[in-house]
Design a protein around this ligand. Sequence first.
Ligand code: NAD
Ligand code: UDP
Length: 330
Amino acid sequence: MNILVTGGAGYIGSHTCVALLEAGHTVIVADNLCNSKAETIDKIKQITNKEVTFYKIDVTDEVALEVVFATHKIDGVIHFAGLKAVGESVENPLEYYYNNLVSTMVLSKLCKKYNVNKFVFSSSATVYGDNKVPFVETMNLLPTTNPYGETKAMSERILTDIAKVNPDFSVALLRYFNPVGAHESGVIGEAPNGIPNNLMPYITKVAKGELDKLRIFGNDYLTVDGTGVRDYIHVVDLAEGHVAALDKLTAGVHIYNLGTGEGTSVLQLVKAFEEANNIEVPYEIVERRTGDIASCYADVRKARNEIGWTAKRGIVEMCRDAWRFEKNHK
Ligand code: NAD
Ligand code: UDP
């Protein structure tokens, strides 16, 4: 299939481009590079030895995006393009609502116009809010604590309503848990701008000596050791989940959790990283971070049963691959 990947130069998008190309699909990337670099497209080509068509455009720009639809016979879209920094979304809600919602609407509009009926959307476990773990796809969604999370819940609703009145439209809403790690080549990975917000990229910067110590946000949660528990998933497993969802997509809306089903605490992840890479990660315990929940992990049965996908890579591989990329990355 010819797949349009919005946000394909980004962290999850680039790994998914590799997985799509390796599965024999053709990839067209639309990315405005607001949080990524054009050289990532070359790295995707380098890893796969395949061609990638790249458009440096903003997905909220309907005129620019229509050129892509008019030029290529697109069979499906995967919509990664979006802003994702939770704290920034609280500071600048309009930018987040505009970018994340308008991009979804413009893309849906062009899908309808050009009869593109396969739509895979990057959602997030954040839509579950503080539900009881493990999170199951059938749960009622609870309010999230920030505009970023709201854009994910709203985009899910927009796509669901569109599918209701378009019987041919097939939508996969993929709720990611915590993607970490990097491609095993060490060529592509997660390279956030500035000081990382997320745990794994923070750990790798501390290990590298670029940050002096990790600050662990709270050790008084009701969890195995008091620190927050998350379901970390290797980004390559996540990428493969997109290929599986796309291949098996049928008409209607299908929601899948993409996680491992395993919860890991902050302290457990730090220890696993230290052991996997034989390197020390100094840390201190500080106050809880506003908006954080104690535990978040997936019920993964639906993706396994319906699209035949399960995560294969464990915490040790996640830690090794994250560190390999960080060491290679300037
Ligand atoms: P990322 O920032 O690395 O990638 C997003 C890409 O989209 C970037 O290359 C950016 O330049 C591009 N982009 C943003 N707005 C755009 C626009 N208007 N037009 C064109 N390109 C635009 O982020 P990621 O971690 O790869 O996340 C991909 C998607 O998955 C996002 O929608 C994110 O919200 C979602 N998600 C990420 C996580 C996570 O922890 N990384 C978890 C759940 C969901
Ligand atoms: N965390 C931490 N220090 C950091 C970053 C994160 O202790 O510098 C904790 C955070 O409180 C949470 C877990 O690590 O329990 C995962 O946080 P991340 O921001 O990576 O993901 P999210 O909170 O979005 O699930």
